[in-house]
Write a protein that binds this ligand. Structure first.
Ligand code: SF4
Ligand code: SF4
Length: 158
């Protein structure tokens, strides 16, 4: 018998969701769901599509998103987040965006978690972060000393 070559088809990642309080399930106000996601939820819970839409989703500025609930660590979280294990309560029926996230080899929130645990010298501390989005316009203006960039704030991006 020859030596079995070990190959790893999975790309290397630098985060471990099982050691994270689930920032991604908590800090985003919108987890967008498609029709396909709602069909999957309906099947999973054994209800019709209308019931699943009403029960598990809501409209947020013309987008259909998952409903949220109060959370013990963050202010709010996805209604499907298990508050104790910090894992997804509907893992096999979760929406496409949850399957893809963060879609790269690093997760910024996991990096913040590790960074602050080192900074605070406390392996159990959880830094609370919030994220919101704002559109800014950058213009270059000239003055006597050359040019500088000016940021103009627009209303918060919904
Ligand atoms: S925030 Fe990052 S590390 Fe934490 S559960 Fe989400 S993807 Fe995983
Ligand atoms: S459906 Fe699951 S993975 Fe997606 S945000 Fe909610 S708890 Fe997180």
């Amino acid at each position: 018998m020859g030596i079995k070559k070990v190959t790893d088809e999975q790309p290397r990642v630098y985060f471990d969701c099982s050691k994270c309080p689930a920032y991604c399930c908590s800090i985003y106000e919108r987890v967008v769901v498609t029709k396909r996601d709602i069909n999957r939820l309906a099947k999973y819970f054994g209800v019709n599509v209308e019931t699943a839409t009403r029960r598990y989703t809501k409209l947020y500025n013309d987008e259909r998103v998952l409903r949220r609930k109060q959370d013990v660590i963050f202010e709010e979280a996805c209604q499907f987040l298990n508050p104790e294990t910090r894992g997804c309560g509907i893992y096999h029926a979760r929406p496409a965006v949850c399957r893809e996230y963060p879609d790269r080899s690093r997760c910024a929130y996991y990096d913040v978690l590790q960074f602050e645990r080192r900074q605070q010298d406390d392996p159990n501390v959880i830094p609370l972060v919030q994220i919101t989005f704002r559109e800014v316009k950058k213009t270059v203006v000239s003055n006597g000393n050359g040019s500088e960039q000016i940021y103009e704030w627009k209303q918060e991006k919904q």
